[in-house]
Design a protein around this ligand. Structure first.
Ligand code: 3HC
Length: 279
C-alpha cells in the first residue's frame, strides 16, 4: 500500500515517518527542496531515538529507504491515501485538493490533517467528496497514540472504516468525530490552555507553578504553558480565534496576553521565547 503525504513540516514529516515505520511505501512531497532536506534530517533523528529503545526493532536506514522525498506532486498519483499537512489556510487547502483530485487515481482517498478547518468545505472542492475525510494526528506524531478520523458531511462510511483499519495498522488508536470546529481533542485542550494563560495573565501563579499544578494535580504529562510553547503560540492563537469565530461563544475569547506575545514575535519553542526561554 502506498501513502502520499503533502507538506513536510513537523506534522507531515511525523506522519510520513509513522507510516514508513509500519512498512508502507511513502512519498513525502513539499514545494521546497530545503524543507524536504530538513525533514529527512529530523526523521533520521527521531528514528535514531526510537531505535535505541529495546522494545523497538527499527533500523533507521531501512525506514528512510521506504520514503521518497520529492517536490514532484505527480508521484502521489497512484497512492492509496494522500494526507495533506500544509498550512492552515482554507484557500491553500481547497486549491491543493483540487490539484490532488486531478493528479490522483480515482481510487485514492484524500485526507487532511487540518486541526481547525472544515473538512466538508475541503471535500466540496473535489469531484470525489465521498472519498475525502480528516485524519488528524497529534504532535509529536511518532509518540502520540491518538488519531481523530473526521467525517465530512459527504464522507462515506466505507472510507471511515477503511481509514480506521489503516490507523490500527500503524499502531495508533482512533476516535471517530463529526466535522465541527476543532473536532474533539483540540476543542477541549485549546480552551484549557487559554484558561491557563488567563490564570497567568491575572498573576494568580507563576508559569512554573501553573504547569506543576496541572502535572501533579491533574496528571497531565506536561503543563499547559509548556505545551502552548511546543504547539506554537501563533498556532494556538489561530485555532482559538477560529473556535471563537465559528461558535460566537464568548467562553472561547482569546487571552490578551496571547495576542501580545504573538505580536511581539514570541511564538514559543520555535522562536526561542514564549512562556519559557529556549536558549
Ligand atoms: N521522536 C522520537 N522520540 C521522541 C520524540 C520524537 N519526535 N520526541 C521525544 N522523544 C523521546 C525522547 O527522546 C524521550 O526518550 P527517552 O525516554 O529515551 O529519553 C522520550 O521520547 C520521552 O520524552 P521526554 O522525556 O522529553 O518527555 P516526556 O516523558 O514528557 O514525553 C511527550 C514527551 C510524549 C511529548 C509528553 O510530554 C506528552 O504527551 N506531552 C503532551 C503532548 C500533547 O499534548 N500533544 C498534543 C498537542 S495538540 C496537537 O498536536 C494538535 C495540533 O493540531 C495543534
Amino acid at each position: 500500500m502506498k501513502i502520499g503525504v503533502l507538506g513536510s513540516g513537523i506534522m507531515g514529516n511525523g506522519i510520513a515517518q509513522v507510516f514508513a515505520m509500519s512498512g508502507y511505501n511513502v512519498v513525502l512531497t513539499d514545494l521546497k527542496k530545503e524543507a524536504l532536506h530538513q525533514a529527512r534530517i529530523d526523521m533520521e533523528q527521531s528514528l535514531t531515538k526510537i531505535s535505541k529503545k529495546k522494545e523497538n526493532n527499527i533500523k533507521p536506514s531501512d525506514v528512510l529507504q521506504s520514503v521518497v522525498f520529492t517536490t514532484d506532486k505527480e508521484q502521489l498519483a497512484d497512492s492509496d491515501i494522500v494526507i495533506e499537512a500544509i498550512i492552515e489556510n482554507m484557500k491553500a487547502k481547497t486549491s491543493v485538493f483540487r490539484e490532488l483530485d486531478e493528479i490522483c487515481d480515482s481510487k485514492t482517498i484524500l485526507a487532511s490533517n487540518t486541526s481547525s478547518l472544515a473538512i466538508t468545505e475541503i471535500a466540496a472542492a473535489t469531484n470525489r467528496p465521498e472519498k475525502v475525510c480528516g485524519i488528524h494526528f497529534f504532535n509529536p506524531v511518532p509518540l502520540m497514540k491518538l488519531v481523530e478520523i473526521i467525517s465530512a458531511e459527504q464522507t462515506s462510511n466505507e472510507i471511515v472504516d477503511r481509514i480506521s483499519k489503516v490507523i490500527e495498522s500503524v499502531n495508533k488508536e482512533s476516535i471517530q468525530v463529526k466535522d465541527t470546529p476543532l473536532f474533539v481533542v483540540n476543542r477541549i485542550l485549546v480552551p484549557m490552555i487559554c484558561e491557563a494563560i488567563f490564570v497567568f495573565e491575572e498573576g494568580i501563579a507563576t508559569a512554573d507553578d501553573i504547569d506543576k499544578g496541572m502535572k501533579l494535580g491533574a496528571g497531565h504529562p506536561m503543563g499547559p504553558l509548556k505545551l502552548a510553547d511546543i504547539i506554537g503560540l501563533d498556532t494556538l492563537l489561530y485555532v482559538q480565534k477560529m473556535l471563537f469565530q465559528e461558535t460566537g461563544d464568548s467562553k472561547y475569547r482569546v487571552p490578551k496576553l496571547l495576542k501580545k506575545m504573538v505580536r511581539a514575535g514570541n511564538f514559543g519553542q520555535k522562536t526561542g521565547k514564549g512562556f519559557y526561554d529556549y536558549p
